[in-house]
Write a protein of this length. Structure first.
Ligand SMILES: [Zn+2]
Length: 451
């Protein structure tokens, strides 16, 4: 294919455009360079030949850079690339070997904040479209770019944008903003993400801390909170809240086959964390099934009383625990919150206060959907091999895409799993950027021929 040869011979252009993107800081957490970077991305799309505009909700919300190009011959299918132009803060600066916004290239690596997450991924999508336009003057299917600027701060407004621009964004498939490549250079094709419910439970007993000799009279809120959270979960990980699993459906036959085929080295994993066994004594397939499809109830932090050096005999006035629940498809965060509240009440813990920080539903693309096979074929051809993954164990804003656009969402990309994203010396590998750009071309091709 001419298109793929074009990518081989234009990798220097890809790298220099990536460097330009990295050199424009765009830290959403500090609102640094967000407007500037959105303009730069728009320019890049225009240079490629993609019609582009800046979409806004209102002041104070980062704009979305939208791009669109229609296919002259096959216009019945539309592929969306969802990416983000914002990055994580680069601190601590002193741990970087090169300035974080320099985009320094050393051999096969381009370093900088955003090199992989997500400017590297974004550039592969743009260059794939460019390769088609430069060699054939057309694209095999319609292309839409939705590039947001608040991903690293939680994509607070993506749902509102999707609702507002539902018709403009309509498409037949979404390529997600990230995609990992494992240590054996196999891209992981992700079909979903878990949801998340983050809450804080607290108990206040008295108006001030007391001398611990008074523990014969004054109730300790830490004990109280421990008793309450002990009722939430069994030691094997099962969540004991009534109806917690009510809507959860079991994995399909195909999902199970995918999970069976997924590589997972239990020993290497345990060694990495210095642990001897898994929750509930899980082994083999059960461990893999849990990663993809099991809800969790995790204590993220517990604070009460004195935890400094030495001894202090104190009776704390308050205790607080932060808990995160990973959710699986069909679990509605709002419903789960009311089930949690109900649970505490019926168990006699009405004195436990609940504060909800964050609720996000899970998303999963049906593994039988034809788009899955099209992406898998493209990944196998460009990387030589690939791995299907039913669901990432983590959370991302995939649910509104699946729900509002009714389109399958798949993550596939160029991010080497040890490329230090969110950390100092983040880098992108040039060989993986090249393979991913080719992969994006083949996905466009596969969607285009399957009219
Ligand atoms: Zn990130």
């Amino acid at each position: 294919m001419n298109v793929l040869r074009h990518i081989d011979s234009h990798m220097d252009d890809l790298v220099s455009d990536l460097q330009t993107l990295i050199q424009q800081p765009s830290v959403s957490a500090k609102n640094e360079g967000i407007e500037e970077c959105s303009i730069l991305v728009q320019k890049l799309l225009k240079k490629t030949g993609v019609k582009s505009e800046i979409l806004r909700l209102r002041k104070g919300v980062a704009p979305i850079v939208y791009g669109e190009i229609r296919s002259k011959q096959n216009s019945s299918k539309t592929l969306m690339f969802y990416n983000h132009y914002d990055v994580q803060p680069a601190e601590p600066f002193e741990l970087w070997d090169d300035p974080p916004f320099s985009g320094t290239r050393k051999g096969n690596k381009v370093f900088g904040r955003g090199a992989a997450d997500d400017k590297g991924e974004l550039i592969t999508r743009i260059k794939a479209v460019e390769a088609y336009l430069k060699t054939t003057g057309d694209v095999p299917c319609n292309i839409k770019f939705v590039i947001e600027g608040e991903e690293e701060t939680g994509s607070m407004h993506i749902e509102e944008y999707l609702k507002k621009y539902k018709r403009k964004f309509s498409c037949d498939g979404v390529i997600w903003e990230f995609g990992y490549v494992d240590a054996q250079n196999r891209p992981i094709i992700g079909l979903g993400m878990k949801g998340l419910l983050f809450v804080e439970l607290s108990v206040r007993e008295s108006i001030r801390d007391a001398h611990s000799s008074l523990a014969v009279l004054i109730k300790n809120p830490a004990w109280r909170l421990i008793e309450a959270i002990k009722t939430l979960r069994d030691s094997d990980g099962t969540i004991l809240i009534k109806d917690w699993y009510k809507e959860v459906t079991s994995l399909s036959k195909k999902d199970l086959t995918i999970i069976q085929n997924e590589p997972f080295d239990e020993q290497v994993f345990k060694k990495e964390f210095g642990i001897k066994s898994f929750v509930g004594g899980k082994k083999g397939l059960d461990a893999k099934k849990a990663l993809a499809g099991e809800p969790t109830c995790n204590i993220a932090g517990f604070v009460s009383g004195y935890t400094g050096d030495g001894a202090k005999t104190v009776l704390p006035s308050e205790a607080l625990v932060k808990i995160d629940f990973r959710l699986v498809p069909k679990m509605d965060p709002k419903k789960q919150v009311s089930r949690l509240k109900n649970h505490l009440k019926t168990k006699g813990f009405s004195d436990v206060n609940i504060k909800v920080f964050h609720g996000e539903a899970a998303a999963r693309t049906d593994s039988y959907h034809p788009f899955v096979a099209q992406v898998k074929d493209a990944a196998d051809k460009s990387f030589g091999k690939s791995i299907l993954n039913v669901s990432n164990a983590g959370t991302g804003p995939m649910h509104p895409f699946v729900e509002i656009l009714k389109a399958p969402c798949i993550s596939i990309g160029s991010t080497y799993m040890f490329s230090r994203i969110h950390s100092p010396n983040e880098f992108a590998r040039v060989d993986l950027l090249k393979k991913t750009t080719k992969c994006m071309c083949l996905i466009m091709h596969n969607l285009g021929i399957n009219q």
